[in-house]
Design a protein around this ligand. Structure first.
Ligand code: BES
Ligand code: ZN
Length: 459
């Protein structure tokens, strides 16, 4: 049996310094060392020109989830995987747009000019208002039944608040902001009519309720429009005779913000996924690799959440690492930070197998260990949530073009693409190369270099 040790190897011969991961075997077989010669088996084949061309094609048309633009992107990505001989699958999933036809909140015949939550139920209700504070579960009074709940924003999400009062039988929700800096109309869950008003209006109603009952009317008409978004999966199977049974996932999101070309966000990540697929199909491996591109990331990681939710537990149990690449080519990102500002974000702000490998790979190849930090905001979240070691590779702080119509190919740096994908590629290759023993999820820490936590402002 193999036993993996985490040790620091520093081979100093004159000016030469190499740091790597050593996989120790207890059966007396020779150690296998990660060094740049192994990295180069993969890295030397990376062609940033291919990536650039992918970004050029994808960013020519916005790829908002649920639009023709997304489908165009998906077809391209699938076509690329297919031309590599990979088994591909397209997973459709529903997303919803809401069109508000009527949104009325009235107290004593005065229109409060409120705004319905997207995802509010349609319906008209006239009832007494009941102040339920922040509508935290367990604090919502029973007498809200059949009434309209006056809810303060904060602490928990809008959806949770609506759920909590609906569970107590409320007939509607009037939500007001706890901060005075404007309203943010979040998503509800189609249970009861839900309308947002300003903080000043909410406070005034709270005061009025102290002096006696107040009646309100909510009248909401919202149309739900179903659309389809996609996840693309391409599976690369290992050699049948040498299969660890484990799975590594490499992902990016293919959708853009509405009307955004999304060259860096995240055609850059997709181009890296395709480039690594191109290289790994011709590289012997002992671990399954799944190349994934997600739709609807910009709507709250819906594609990756859908993908993870449909995985059988037996697959999740075999998944040892998820590498997410999102915004890895921004010429103006990263300020003066080393490695163009590349950083690895984890959901919990802890190191994991993925960050250990990333830091080792970058120090072998570029003499700098990529730092890590804590951030969600991309598709590594759902993988983390089911216990898979995951990290987001991104240049931080992000470029000024982020989510703007100026996120175009002109602001993409081939050097940055090359460097980021080299680090991710070399990291993933450490797991999937046939001469390293299988990783045990319970003992995942081949940390061989020191790398630092950074609390770097991202945007
Ligand atoms: N590529 C970004 C992620 C990002 C942007 C991370 C800036 C850090 C700094 C991603 O596509 C994005 O914009 N995500 C959304 C997530 C939200 C929809 C849940 C975001 O951060 O607003
Ligand atoms: Zn993104």
């Amino acid at each position: 049996m193999f036993r993996r040790k985490s040790i620091i190897t520093v081979l100093a011969t004159g000016m030469f310094l190499s740091t790597g991961v050593v996989y120790a075997q207890t059966n007396g077989a020779p150690n296998v060392q990660a060094d740049t010669a192994f990295d180069n088996k993969v890295i030397k084949k990376i062609n940033a020109e291919n990536m650039y061309n992918t970004i050029k094609y994808l960013s020519a048309v916005p790829r908002e989830a649920g639009t023709e633009g997304e489908v165009r992107g998906v077809e391209y990505i699938e076509g690329q995987f297919k031309s590599l001989g990979l088994e591909t699958r397209r997973f459709p999933f529903p997303i919803y747009d809401y069109k508000t036809n009527r949104e009325l909140a009235e107290v004593d015949g005065v229109d409060l000019k409120g705004h319905a939550f997207s995802g509010s139920a349609s319906g008209k209700v006239t009832a007494e208002l009941v102040n339920v504070g922040k509508a935290i579960a367990g604090t919502v009074p029973d007498d809200v039944k059949g009434k309209i709940a006056l809810v303060e924003r904060g602490e928990i999400t809008f959806v949770e608040k609506v759920k909590n009062v609906a569970a107590k039988g409320a007939a509607g929700v009037l939500m007001y902001n706890s901060s005075s800096n404007g309203n943010n109309f979040g998503q509800a869950n189609e249970e009861i009519p839900a309308v947002a008003i300003t903080q000043a209006q909410g406070k005034e109603l709270v005061d009025r309720l102290k002096n006696g009952p107040v009646e309100a009317t909510l009248d909401v008409d919202i149309e739900r429009i179903e659309k389809t978004s996609y996840v693309v999966e391409a599976k690369l199977k290992p050699n049948k005779n040498k299969d660890t049974g484990q799975i590594v996932t490499i992902g990016a999101h293919h959708d853009s913000v509405p009307n955004g070309p999304g060259a860096n966000d995240d055609a850059s990540g997709v181009s890296a996924v395709l480039e690594l697929a191109r290289i790994l199909v011709n590289t012997p491996i002992d671990t399954e690799v799944r190349f994934l591109t997600f739709g609807s990331e910009e709507r709250g990681m819906m594609g990756s959440s859908f993908y993870v939710s449909q995985l059988p537990q037996s697959d999740i149990d075999r998944m040892v690492a998820h590498f997410q690449m999102d915004m890895i080519g921004g010429a103006e990102a990263g300020e003066d930070h080393p490695l163009g500002g590349l950083i690895m974000y984890t959901i919990d702000g802890q190191k994991n197998l993925v960050t250990d490998l990333g830091a080792s790979a970058s120090s072998r190849m570029y003499d700098v260990a990529v730092p890590y930090g804590q951030l969600g905001r991309s598709d590594h979240q759902p993988f983390h949530d089911v216990g898979i070691p995951s990290a987001l590779f991104i240049h931080s702080p992000v470029e000024p073009q982020y989510h703007k119509p100026t996120d175009t190919i002109e602001h993409i740096s081939k050097e940055k693409l090359q460097q980021a994908v080299s680090i991710v590629g070399a990291s993933a290759y450490q797991i999937v190369r046939p001469d390293t023993p299988a990783l045990d999820r319970a003992h995942v820490s081949p940390a061989s270099v020191e790398y630092k936590f950074e609390d770097r402002p991202v945007d």
